[in-house]
Design a protein around this ligand. Structure first.
Ligand code: FO1
Length: 312
């Protein structure tokens, strides 16, 4: 696409990966950088698991399990079944092919590579040509504060199936974390023409990225358009626990709630067509289009719509 300048996409897991795929269909590798949440990351069986980085990698690499929303298609479960036989913890499922990624990430990190470097190597292995970088190379862990106490994110999300009512959340380590070199470089790049906040969970997917020291302030001062695709449609989340979290945090489960959450960071909120009748009291522009992304054509159409808003 003849798009003047570079685009930065801020991205969590499934919803973010879908829009990122649409963007890669339109933009050349040099025109796009995707920055991915790492607050969901954790260590399991000694292996570094990066669910959002891997969901984006499998999606852009064309090997994702689209029905499941995580992991790879055509997966086998020999290792996992054996773990079961051995009486090991099996609340977090790891497929054989997926395990190879975590093993190689472990080896790269142990050899002294940063998470950014390990990610670049893994993405190359899946023939992903666009730049995708972790938000930080430093350890950050999302903690869900709940009626059952503090839960590391994967325990809340997978082990407890998002059932505990949430009372708050925090990102352990965030104060000492620095944006990754690739994230910092795009923020400092004079060619940066706009930022797209993907339709990911605002609290636990996008907020960790924006909470890195200096990031929100830097974005505010860039003077480039910042658009967010609302993950709420018809008062419900497209996927995942976002709506439940809005409700439990006493926030409106609506596009208004999303706009309020991002506040003055945004220049445009992109809202699904079907929500045209929702009254919105916002100071940002509102752009209506189809935001549901079932097919590749949907993903490309939404990416085109976002880029048309950013285009000077
Ligand atoms: N999600 C699940 O609901 N159950 C699982 O067993 C599970 C395993 C898993 C393994 C590797 C990986 O990269 C992701 C995995 N996910 C699983 C998804 C993931 O933990 C969440 O969807 C994200 O953290 C939310 O963005």
């Amino acid at each position: 696409m003849n798009f003047g300048g570079k685009v930065l996409a801020l991205c969590g897991g499934v919803g973010g990966a879908k829009l990122a795929l649409g963007l890669t269909e339109i933009l050349d590798p040099g025109q796009l950088r995707v920055v991915v949440n790492t607050g969901d990351d954790f260590t399991h069986f000694g292996l570094p698991i990066c669910p959002d980085l891997d969901t984006v990698m499998y999606t852009l690499g064309g090997v994702s399990n689209r029905q499941q929303g995580w992991g790879r298609e055509g997966e086998s479960w020999n290792c996992f079944d054996t773990l079961k036989d051995l009486g090991a913890e099996t609340w977090f499922q790891l497929g054989d092919r997926d395990l190879a990624v975590h093993l190689q990430r472990r080896a790269l990190l142990d050899a002294g590579y940063s998470l950014s470097e390990a990610t670049a190597t893994l993405y190359q292995g899946f023939d992903v040509r666009h730049d995708v970088v972790p938000m930080t190379d430093d350890p950050v862990a999302t903690i869900i504060e709940s009626a059952q106490g503090d839960l590391p994110f994967q325990h809340y999300f997978v082990r407890h199936r998002c059932q505990p009512a949430i009372t708050g959340y925090r990102f352990n380590g965030i104060e000492d974390a620095r944006p990754s070199p690739g994230f910092q470089a795009i923020l400092d790049d004079p060619a940066l023409a706009g930022i797209i906040v993907c339709p990911s969970n605002p609290f636990v997917s996008v907020s960790p990225i924006l909470s890195l020291p200096g990031v929100r302030e830097r974005i505010g001062k860039l003077g480039v358009p910042v658009i967010a695709v609302s993950p709420i449609v018809g008062g419900a989340a497209i996927k995942g626990p976002a709506a439940k979290m809005f409700r439990e945090l006493d926030l409106p489960v609506s596009n208004q709630g999303v706009a309020d959450f991002y506040g003055d960071l945004l220049s445009t909120l992109v809202v699904n067509d079907s929500d045209r009748s929702e009254p919105l009291n916002v100071s940002t522009q509102v752009y209506y289009c189809r935001t549901l992304m079932h097919s590749l054509a949907d993903k490309v159409a939404l990416a085109e719509a976002c880029l048309s808003i950013l285009k000077p």
